[in-house]
Design a protein around this ligand. Sequence first.
Ligand SMILES: Nc1ncnc2c1ncn2[C@@H]1O[C@H](COP(=O)(O)OP(=O)(O)OP(=O)(O)O)[C@@H](O)[C@H]1O
Ligand code: SF4
Ligand SMILES: [Mg+2]
Length: 361
Amino acid sequence: MTDTQATQTAEIPPPAPASGREPLLKVTGLTRHFPIKGGLLRRQTGAVRAVDGIDFTVNAGETLGVVGESGCGKSTMGRLVTRLDEPTRGTIEFAGTDISHLGVGAMRPLRRDIQMIFQDPYSSLNPRHTVGTIVGAPFKLQGVEPEGGVRKAVQELLELCGLSPEHYNRYPHEFSGGQRQRIGIARALALKPKMIVADEPVSALDVSIQAQVVNLLDDLQQELGLTYLIIAHDLSVVRHVSDRVAVMYLGKIVEIADRDSLYRSPMHPYTNALMSAVPVPDPRRRQRAGRERILLKGDVPSPINPPSGCRFRTRCWKAQEVCATQEPALVALKTGHQVACHFPEGSEVAGAADKAGDKAS
Ligand SMILES: Nc1ncnc2c1ncn2[C@@H]1O[C@H](COP(=O)(O)OP(=O)(O)OP(=O)(O)O)[C@@H](O)[C@H]1O
Ligand code: SF4
Ligand SMILES: [Mg+2]
């Protein structure tokens, strides 16, 4: 069956979990509005709709990459799923348990299973603590006594992350950016987590070092069977490590697909624009792929007052009337490929546009 036929019959099977994989993380209708208060009485006058109703799953052992421009809600989403922040609405299920509103005490045992790696290895490590104290801190916090003692466990973690056990007594300022991020990763691995949420783990590093850290994450996943949610600004960083990729725009997921499907045939105009910004070393290859650079006009609208209908419409070169009145739902147009657009790119255009027209009339 061709993709076009699939669209028209609308009998699309849900994305099959890769063999033997079950969702470890399931997010439904996840929403985080930051209230804006004003006036003498500090009444709520509005809200920053940072994350505005998103659904996705991450299967055990896989990597979901999340990309989007600055301010689209990636970090807020990361903080919600690790429960460093509490959702306004929606649910977060981890390993079958609803953790959306668990208190500090109830989250404590789960903190071992979900760890976060931050963007800035400079500010996320306490400069007054030795590497040994930093990497060993999770054991103390959770009251865990590793076999053979904390020192041995920390030294093993350092080696696992490509550092020397001799670094135990050194301080963060003695290390390069890449090494500091390795220290952050070693700390995140201390309690043998199931899942790691990495918020722009390589953005602060030199391009030459980025690949090394990404490769380390990849190797650790193979070795330890980890599940990753990796947040990045641009599509090139997550390309090699992700099994699936979600594209966010202004608090929403606009496209989510298997990696190869997304990079080969992106369907959302916004994904196309992001994709066209990824440098292709050989211009002839870029031409063959039909990928000329699309320059997005205008700024990202404010998440306080997002555009009606499709949030991308103020910058979209394909926008029609229906885009201003109807919000496009995130629907599967192919197996393993969901998109929220009335006029998606590719062979499905005719079918989807007809459907959008039907709805509008
Ligand atoms: N604590 C907060 N209070 C109010 N608004 C917030 C808060 N945290 C984030 N925001 C707003 O929510 C929106 C999403 O922010 P977020 O940091 O999640 O975006 P991001 O995609 O991670 O951006 P970046 O790529 O720059 O890191 C932004 O408009 C931001 O200003
Ligand atoms: S729904 Fe309309 S405005 Fe939104 S991305 Fe698709 S074509 Fe563009
Ligand atoms: Mg961020």
